[in-house]
Ligand binder design. Structure first.
Ligand code: FES
Ligand code: FES
Length: 164
């Protein structure tokens, strides 16, 4: 099977119908076919985490999946999370705490951090480090990233406690 195959999926809430070669990986499909270039590609073999996206609500490495495997799924990329405002506080915390330098790891780092905060509202620094351990950053030394995630968790906890 080497000819383009039809796939249908939802990407950031919008239906996408496309033809893809069976060997095309999901990261390349998002970047090259859909021009969603916030999904970065580093190692292309599942190590660096730069290609992290959400698929049916779970974070996955899009370099390890074929686009054809995403047929009939819900994909969310950094563009979707950013446009919806879901992570605006986390993005602001990253800026304020200098948790990014070149920014190459940042989209995936934000998606992974948001995944943790959705599961654990008050994670310890150890839990934050553990959850982000599959995402490599070659610039920051991680301290500032952990600070930003911790600060976001604390702020969200405070907001929850406030009267509407
Ligand atoms: S590019 Fe996918 S894990 Fe590195
Ligand atoms: S900010 Fe450069 S790789 Fe993380």
């Amino acid at each position: 099977m080497t000819s383009p195959q039809p796939i249908s999926l939802h990407v950031n809430g919008e239906r996408v119908d496309a033809y893809v070669l069976p060997r095309t990986n999901l990261a390349d499909f998002l970047r090259e076919h859909l021009k969603l270039t916030g999904t970065h590609v580093g190692c292309e073999h599942g190590v660096c985490g730069a290609c992290t996206i959400r698929l049916n609500g779970e974070i996955v490495r899009s370099c390890l999946m074929l686009a054809i495997q995403a047929h009939e799924t819900q994909v969310e990329t950094i563009e979707g999370l950013s446009d919806s405002g879901e992570i605006s506080d986390l993005q602001a915390a990253f800026r304020e705490r200098n948790a990014l330098q070149c920014g190459y790891c940042t989209p995936a780092m934000l998606i992974t951090a948001q995944d943790l905060l959705a599961r654990e509202s008050a994670p310890s620094r150890e839990q934050i480090r553990e959850h982000l351990s599959g995402n490599y950053c070659r610039c920051t030394g991680y301290q500032a990233i952990v600070d930003a995630v911790e600060a976001t968790a604390t702020a969200r906890q405070g907001n929850k406690g406030r009267a509407p």
